[in-house]
Write a protein that binds this ligand. Structure first.
Ligand SMILES: Cc1cc2nc3c(=O)[nH]c(=O)nc-3n(C[C@H](O)[C@H](O)[C@H](O)COP(=O)(O)OP(=O)(O)OC[C@H]3O[C@@H](n4cnc5c(N)ncnc54)[C@H](O)[C@@H]3O)c2cc1C
Length: 512
């Protein structure tokens, strides 16, 4: 049926499957480079894990709410660099402390400002505060050298070296002493600088919040980037929520002629003679294109979007065997805000210090973004999002589903009670999400947070695939999970599809 597809004249140069941040960044950048781009998004709302949704006047973030460097002039945040070249910008609300960590033995304010942060740690462990400084100095040194090279100058093939040698040679030289650190885990840095058990758990927690893995599983550049950005550019929340960031990327895509099709589920990537030639939608419609970029996860792409015979068997098996971080329980609440004037926006609650922080239900993340942006909730109300890891296995939509859902939401309610003791009496709207909800709405394999590829045990795969013309972006490609990382994956992919001169022209317009 598809035999003539490769010879057909296609009306698009690139099809991107999925409008997650990775997909939108790749698509926007390729449109900016002059390619004819179509993004096919299965959901009726764009943004994937970063989409916002509205219920009864409450605007909820489905996932991320923690952002740095969305507006600072020389931000290292790849999303900001994409927005810049697309001619888009965001309004943000800066805030500090960036959150409160609630351990059973202490509540602790976390500041973006490194000195204020250490001052808080000093109150709990003076020795630990000194060790934390050594740990941070080591990672911030790496951040300083990373700062010289914008992600927009990178690509996922050998030509990256030509670009770096030509435009960023002095920074490459500065990077040399840090080469070992680039490949190290945060745990390696922690082992050489921090003995204090309390600070070690704090570092583990911060790594877990970022990568889903503790310090020994998290790569050092990821945390160097996070610490550097949050101390240099500060933490901020986009006015309008995460959806505002998605909207800005979509505006940027469309401004440069790209198209977004919502409710457009791709059923199959069409491959002829080892080359991607387009996609077939669930409706049966075929869209031909010489380049296809999948923003679906590695498991979804290789399991559902390709036929097994399209990939070398051993490659396919290794890819599908990639370990996955667990999924989530979510609690989205609309609550009455009366009397909560001093509420702050981010909280992390660890219920039980004797249990590992990664045990499902033990560490709960809370975000109340209406304390920064009151437009997200009706007057005198707040929007609340609380979530914790939860295993996908064992969840079924059977007779026990509703009861299990209520029961599993209790650790989130108990966490919320640490912040708002009478939370249960304030609830006006309650939405409980399970791993099945997460997998369904985000179209993600087992509702996973992303690949559990531990530092030193493997690398996130590149954007290239064994199929000519087929690329992947998003959190199961290099450099990994999180909004800045997936935006970087989109940049790496888009840049690999243009020449160095085109990249150079865009970089000239950046203030780097
Ligand atoms: C609860 C939670 C909190 C988080 N908090 C933060 C945070 O504070 N800060 C931060 O930086 N990161 C955070 N993250 C991580 C971050 O949100 C994700 O890593 C990132 O958004 C993933 O983007 P992605 O490009 O990989 O694509 P995804 O978001 O996975 O999007 C992929 C898209 O592809 C679509 N799709 C899939 N299959 C098909 C198909 N067959 N046809 C058409 N479309 C398809 C999906 O519908 C989806 O829209 C959080 C994640 C979660 C879950």
């Amino acid at each position: 049926m598809n035999s003539a597809l490769s010879t057909q004249h296609s009306q698009s140069d690139v099809i991107v499957i999925g409008s997650g941040i990775g997909g939108l960044c790749a698509a926007g950048l390729l449109a900016r480079y002059g390619k004819r781009v179509i993004v096919c998004e299965s959901h009726t709302i764009p943004g994937g894990a970063a989409h916002s949704f509205r219920r009864r006047g409450f605007e909820f973030d489905s996932g991320p709410s923690f952002y740095c460097g969305l507006t600072a002039a020389q931000s290292l945040n790849p999303v900001k660099q994409v927005l810049d070249v697309l001619g888009e910008s965001l309004q943000v609300i800066p805030y500090d402390p960036l959150g409160h960590y609630h351990f059973p033995e202490a509540i602790f304010a976390v500041y973006s400002n490194t000195e204020k942060y250490r001052h808080e740690v000093h109150k709990i462990t003076p020795q630990g505060a000194e060790e934390l400084q050594q740990f941070e100095d080591r990672l911030l040194g790496l951040y300083e050298v990373m700062k010289g090279i914008p992600t927009l100058a990178l690509r996922a093939d050998w030509q990256v070296m030509l670009m770096l040698m030509k435009r960023y040679f002095p920074y490459l030289v500065k990077m040399l002493p840090y080469l070992a650190l680039v490949q190290a885990s945060v745990g390696d840095v922690m082992d050489t600088t921090v003995k204090d058990a309390w600070v070690r758990r704090l570092i583990d927690l911060e790594c877990f919040l970022l990568s889903g893995l503790k310090a020994h599983g998290t790569i050092a550049p990821e945390v160097a980037f996070m610490l550097g950005e949050r101390s240099c550019t500060g933490v901020e929340y986009p006015v309008g929520g995460s959806g505002a960031l998605v909207k800005a990327l979509v505006r940027g895509l469309e401004r440069w002629g790209g198209k977004l099709r919502l409710g457009c589920h791709v059923e199959q990537i069409l491959v002829e003679s080892g080359k991607a030639v387009g996609v077939r939608l669930q409706t049966g419609e075929i869209i031909p294109a010489p380049i296809v970029i999948s923003n679906a996860s590695i498991w979804d792409t290789y399991n559902h979007l390709l036929r097994p015979e399209d990939l070398p068997a051993s490659y396919r098996k290794a890819a599908l065997d990639t370990p996955a971080v667990e999924s989530f329980m979510h609690l989205h609440l609309g609550i009455r805000a009366t009397g909560l004037e001093n509420l702050t926006g981010h909280h992390v609650v660890v219920h039980d210090s004797s249990q590992d922080i990664t045990v499902p239900g033990n560490t709960c993340m809370i975000s109340i973004p209406s304390v920064w942006d009151a437009t997200l909730a009706p007057e005198e109300h707040h929007v609340v999002h609380a979530y914790t890891l939860e295993t996908f296995a064992g969840w079924e939509r059977n007779d026990e589903y509703e009861e299990k859902k209520q029961e599993k939401a209790q650790s989130l309610y108990r966490a919320l009670e640490k912040v708002i003791p009478d939370i249960r009496e304030r609830v006006e709207l309650e939405l409980i999400g399970t791993p099945l909800t997460h997998a369904h709405y985000l179209r993600r394999y087992q509702g996973t947070y992303g690949p559990a590829i531990a530092a030193g045990k493997g690398m996130f795969p590149s954007t290239q695939t064994p199929i000519k013309g087929l690329y992947r972006v998003g959190d199961s490609t290099m450099p990994g999970i999180g909004v800045p990382a997936v935006a970087a994956s989109g940049i790496l992919c888009a840049n690999s599809l243009v020449n160095l001169q085109q990249m150079g022209e865009l970089l000239d317009g950046l203030k780097f």
